[in-house]
Ligand binder design. Structure first.
Ligand code: NOJ
Length: 530
């Protein structure tokens, strides 16, 4: 792994930190960068090669960091630039690279660029954003709806035009047709790359460019995917415009101008796998794109096999898929896939950590943290507040559960965390010393990936298996079998030694070609050398 400058992200496991919820070093109830530094030893012990920090830049927090008011400074509630520098250096000392979150689709309404842009129609920053005259009836210029509900346009009374916002009105969309905007982001990338940042996760990467003529979207139809029905329209003119790929290529060129090249990972929150794969075409866009359609699959062997195989088949040669089960926007996989059943969650963990490509774990995945049920009065996420009883994203953003003590090991005893704790009975401290815990399984699987070249980089080959079983070979000698069915299955063709089983009592077991696998059990077998 050492010789290839890209191997750390192609083969290693990456880990998402949501800084407000990871570790609160200054005792104000909100996680911070010094807290992340304090927990780097945990990440090193777990064996991760890189971390992605959700936004740390200055934000009024209308959307908790995803509304940025200054791309080149740290939000005071999280720390300082010096803390960021120290975090990058301390992580590096432990062999961990740091990715930041870049939010180029929109800024905060409080960003200096937008303040200028809205000052007058002839302000030099005006066309850094997307403005349009009202429709003849005085309403919005077109029918686009925002991902967070309502029209995607807000009238600016002072200048008499509407500005575009595909998320909240407090998140005006930048105009990526404007060369000055493109150049400004080249500079932002360089600012952070020069500080030692290893790359960026790029927020809503597929939406950065909009139809230049601002044409209406067609209405959603019965049978359309949930996301389109929620928008009330098919987002054909504000998502995935052909020109977005050129913008990605430009950012990639900046990343490639560094030695070693920096990594860009697109947040392609799309419905179809085939649409995600377009962001790999040519090999000169971002190196990675999140496979959100896979994360949204039901936890069913046939459905997962189809999604994995379509991803593998559709990728250009040499491209690396991304596998993730949880993040700060979607239900955690132990809840969504596991349904609260720890054995099924263990199966999901085996799947994630044995597929070919880059794995992103989300903080808490390593202990099997589930979504935290919250009351309406406890919620802060604008999405949850708007769409209640859909609980929004706060249930997956509650503080990391380090210990079953007052403050949860996250903050000081007696301090109210910014979001309530989940069930502290599930915590790092206790699981760390239990060889049968979720955390031990996670760490052992990460170590097994490191130990076996087939698991790190070997080709993915689907294997025939009984109904309900997801089975595949990695490289020459690793076979993975996951029984998601209701009855014990016999998996044929793997003669060798069980290197890791969700039933830890079976680790080391010899199997001779017909492996019995009870329901909700997964095994990684190193088959005998030919
Ligand atoms: C995707 C981010 O992950 C999410 O948290 C945010 O609200 C939207 N993009 C808007 O930036």
């Amino acid at each position: 792994m050492a010789d290839d400058p890209n191997a750390w992200w192609r083969e290693g496991v990456l880990y998402q930190v949501y800084p407000r919820s990871y570790m609160d070093a200054d005792g104000d109830g909100v996680g911070d960068l010094r807290g992340v530094i304090d927990r780097l030893d945990h990440l090193q012990w777990l064996g991760v090669r890189g971390i992605w920090l959700s936004p740390i830049t200055v934000s009024p927090n209308a959307d908790f960091g995803y509304d940025c008011a200054d791309y080149c400074d740290v939000d005071p509630s999280l720390g300082t630039l010096a803390d960021a520098d120290e975090l990058i250096a301390e992580a590096g000392r432990r062999g961990i690279r740091v990715l930041l979150d870049l939010v180029p689709n929109h800024t905060s309404i409080e960003h200096a660029w937008f303040r200028e842009a809205r000052a007058s129609r002839d302000n030099p920053k005006r066309h850094w954003y997307v403005w349009a005259d009202p429709a003849p009836d005085g309403g919005p210029p077109n029918n686009w709806t925002a991902s967070f509900g309502g029209p995607a346009w807000t009238l600016d009374e002072t200048t008499g035009q509407y500005y575009l916002h595909n998320f909240l009105p407090a998140q005006p969309d930048l105009n990526w047709w404007n060369e000055d905007v493109r150049a400004a982001f080249d500079d932002i990338l360089q600012f952070w790359f020069d500080r030692g940042v290893a790359g960026f996760r790029v927020d809503v990467a597929h939406m950065m460019v909009k139809d230049a003529q601002l044409r209406d979207n067609p209405p959603a139809q019965d049978g359309d995917p949930f996301m389109y029905r929620m928008l009330g329209q098919r987002p054909v003119h504000n998502w995935c415009q052909p020109e977005v790929h050129e913008v990605h290529r430009r950012l990639r060129a900046v990343a490639e101008s560094y030695d070693p090249p920096r990594l860009l990972v697109g947040e392609t929150f799309l419905v179809e796998i085939e649409d995600v794969l377009k962001f790999y075409e040519g090999g000169d866009q971002f190196q990675l794109s999140f496979n959100i359609p896979f994360a949204h699959c039901s936890f069913d062997a046939a459905v997962l096999a189809d999604a994995i195989e379509r991803t593998e088949r559709g990728l250009p040669p040499g491209a690396t898929p991304v596998w993730t089960g949880s993040n700060h926007d979607i239900s955690r996989f132990p809840s969504r896939w596991g349904g609260g059943d720890p054995d099924r969650a263990r199966c999901a963990l085996v799947m994630l950590l044995t597929l070919r490509g880059t794995v992103f774990l989300y903080e808490g995945d390593e202990i099997g943290m589930v979504d935290t049920p919250l009351e309406y009065a406890q919620m802060l996420d604008p999405v949850g507040l708007k769409f209640w009883p859909y609980a929004g994203r706060d249930p997956v953003r509650t503080p990391m559960q380090w210990a079953n003590v007052p403050g949860g090991g996250f903050t000081r005893a007696g301090v109210e965390p910014w979001l309530p704790f989940g069930d502290l009975a599930c915590n790092v401290g206790e699981q760390r010393h239990d060889p049968d815990s979720f955390l031990s399984l996670c760490r052992d699987l990460v170590a097994l990936r490191d130990a076996l070249a087939d698991l790190r980089a070997g080709a993915f080959t689907p294997l025939g298996a009984p109904d309900g079983v997801l089975a595949y070979r990695r490289g020459e000698r690793v076979v993975v079998a996951i029984n998601l069915g209701a009855t014990t299955a016999t998996v044929e063709g793997a003669a060798g030694v069980v290197r890791c089983c969700t039933d830890r009592a079976r680790d080391g077991e010899r199997v001779d070609g017909a492996m019995p696998l009870p329901p909700s059990t997964a095994a990684v077998v190193l088959t005998d050398a030919p």
